[in-house]
Ligand binder design. Sequence first.
Ligand code: CO
Length: 134
Amino acid sequence: MSLRGIHHVGVAIADLDEAIATYERLFGAIVEHRGLIEGQGVEAAYLRIGAGRVELLAATGEDSPVGRFLARRGPGMHHLAFETEDVDRELRVLAAAGAQLIDETPRPGLEGFQTAFVHPDAAYGVLTEVVSGG
Ligand code: CO
């Protein structure tokens, strides 16, 4: 394992502009990156808050993972992301350790980030992401 720590906590929300404004007002958040992640059906923003980071996730359609999450559970915590140097290597380590992967190979995230998701069953009900780059 070569994880550097928690890269961000992902939060699913309905309205990205409104949620960014709320995080700015309440927590002094600063937007680092914002954009569409086509393959995941989300518009996302990384917000810096001190030494930490939150990713706000809005669905681009109802028939997407975040869209279904919002329909089923409403807004709230969606995933926990660990930072690594090498997502591909981390996936091989996780698979060898018996973790059920959602992504067998890394896929593009926000602006130059690589990312992959691990099934919630592998981590006590928490959807987990490994992320590199940026
Ligand atoms: Co994330």
